[in-house]
Design a binder for this molecule. Structure first.
Ligand SMILES: C[S@@+](CC[C@H](N)C(=O)[O-])C[C@H]1O[C@@H](n2cnc3c(N)ncnc32)[C@H](O)[C@@H]1O
Length: 220
């Protein structure tokens, strides 16, 4: 019988399958500043192998490909097959120097061997996982990134604020519990709970909601 976690993953997959055709139209512009912050922290280098978990419509995969160049490679993974197909279409029509592959998969159980990547990124995805599962996904990121590598994660922040957008967002989340809404999370605390030490943090915005962007070094 499917567990609660798998039921939620199935619901998320279906929501993003439905959202895929409209995703870029709705969210491209508002995500740009988060991608820029993530890239500035990750600092991908020529020849590196980089993973993007929750790669969505593939916009960040293409930007990563420009940075790692022809000698590098980029791997996307997303739970929604429709998002993966959108990414593949986007990749096919945009020039990119490196190899880019996208596969369907779950952030909580990455289908890659230990130490497979120089770096990994996950933008606006960890907050979609159920309580307790974000730490598992962070653990998986650190498992597949080599020692001395870098991880950058960005999620809607569980900020103590009188900020209206975050309050409205909470109201929406409560009013429509079955719809897709990420749960604002304390990313830094969750990283510590997963045994990781964030090195640098930036605050950005997505739909005027606060987003924390963290650089985590994988210990040598
Ligand atoms: C809000 S979108 C962000 C997409 C992309 N990172 C971006 O910045 O545009 C979240 C993405 O995470 C994917 N996702 C949700 N749960 C996931 C999981 N457990 N494993 C992998 N991907 C997941 C969704 O299908 C969706 O494409």
């Amino acid at each position: 019988m499917a567990s609660d976690l798998d039921l939620r993953a199935g619901r998320l997959r279906r929501s993003f399958n439905l959202l895929a055709p409209a995703y870029d139209f709705l969210f491209f512009q508002t995500t740009e500043e988060v991608w820029e912050a993530a890239l500035s922290l990750l600092q991908p280098q020529e020849g590196e192998k980089i993973l993007d978990v929750g790669s969505g419509t593939g916009r960040l995969l293409i930007a990563l490909s420009q940075l790692v160049g022809a000698s590098g490679s980029v791997q996307g993974l997303d739970i929604s097959p429709a998002m993966c197909r959108s990414a593949e279409r986007q990749i096919a029509r945009t020039p990119h120097p490196s190899e880019i592959a996208v596969i369907p998969g779950d952030a909580r159980r990455l289908p890659f061997a230990d130490d497979s990547f120089d770096g990994a990124v996950s933008v606006l995805t960890l907050e979609l996982l159920q309580r307790g599962q974000t730490e598992a996904a962070l653990g998986e990121l650190s498992r597949v990134v080599r020692r001395g590598g870098r991880i950058v994660v960005a999620s809607i922040a569980d900020a103590v604020t009188s900020d209206r957008p975050l309050q409205y967002y909470e109201l929406l989340r409560r009013a429509f519990p079955l719809a897709y809404f990420g749960r604002p999370i304390a990313l830094r605390r969750l990283a510590h709970a997963a045994g990781l030490t964030p090195r640098i943090a930036m605050r950005r915005a997505f739909l005027r909601l606060p987003v924390d962007v963290l650089l985590i070094g994988v210990p040598q």
